[in-house]
Ligand binder design. Sequence first.
Ligand code: CTP
Ligand code: MG
Length: 334
Amino acid sequence: MHRRDLLYRLDLQNFTRELLSLYDELIPTEEEEVRRRKFFSKLESLFERELPGTRLFLFGSCVNAFGVCNSDIDVCLSVDEEEPNKIELVVQMATILESDAMLNVQALTHARVPIVKFTEPATGISCDICVNNTLAVVNSKLLHDYAQIDVRLRQLAFMVKHWAKRRQVNDTYRGTLSSYAYVLMCIHFLQQRRPPILPCLQEMRPTYEVKVGSIRCAYYDQVETLRDFGADNKETLGELLTAFFDYWACQHDYNHSVISVRTGGYLSKNEKEWTRRIGNERHLICIEDPFEVTHDLGRVVDKHSIKALRAEFSRAANVVAFDFNPWATLFEPY
Ligand code: CTP
Ligand code: MG
């Protein structure tokens, strides 16, 4: 092997080692998992008493395998009505939580998805509760199932989410992307590697199927049979993270392409009719939701934040390619 290639390989090995040790630090401890389970059963008892006939479900990073330590808990209140008054329920939940001595209770009734936010004083756990957001429960299961196939997905997504939080590009209120969008970008990226590291579960024979309103959610969920799927691909975390940033910095066709986990490939903006701005919804970076296919997770990105986002992808790509200590520089707070 050429000396320069050898040095490059040694650097990559080092980089991977550093990233894996960061990954280990970010994994929630068993103690934290126990605390969360206790918190959730307490909440279930409270709601059984105060809102009988309703049910609580967990979704988001506390169940989708992409939660790092000290993440918030996302909960969905399920009520047996076609069109419940979500605002009224959010206000009602806020009253119940306040009388149960929860802290910082806030009813966000005017958000796109109305929620009540609060903190439990004993554990300091923060929680958001929304109403009848069944699609979020189902897409959390999809993410969780993908994570069981190859551990490199969870590792890559932890690094990307950590990077996005540190570099302040993980805030939909400020025009950047949600954690959910970043995880979908990671799944899509691993579906595209050659040989692929992840399959496309929605293109396989469905073994799981639910209908949420008019949306049929179906995919192959017997993922324990797919544990060897990515075995022919030997890429390490360092190589994958380098290629991920290079893809979003230099290779993605922002003008024409839509990434689609549902099809395991790319769609065109034309076929999705995502070529024009409608109201506040722009399509400057297009990420198709796997079930709600009319939903572009990039729609929150505007002409200013797309620049910031792409500048961050370029910075990251340069750091991992040229920096002497990439693991330190990459995650430097913005
Ligand atoms: N979600 C969604 N559509 C969106 C954003 C989020 O359906 N546009 C749902 C997904 O089920 C996602 C959950 O809301 O898993 C929580 O979203 P988010 O906070 O972005 O992801 P987390 O995995 O909870 O990440 P974090 O650890 O940053 O809280
Ligand atoms: Mg969350």
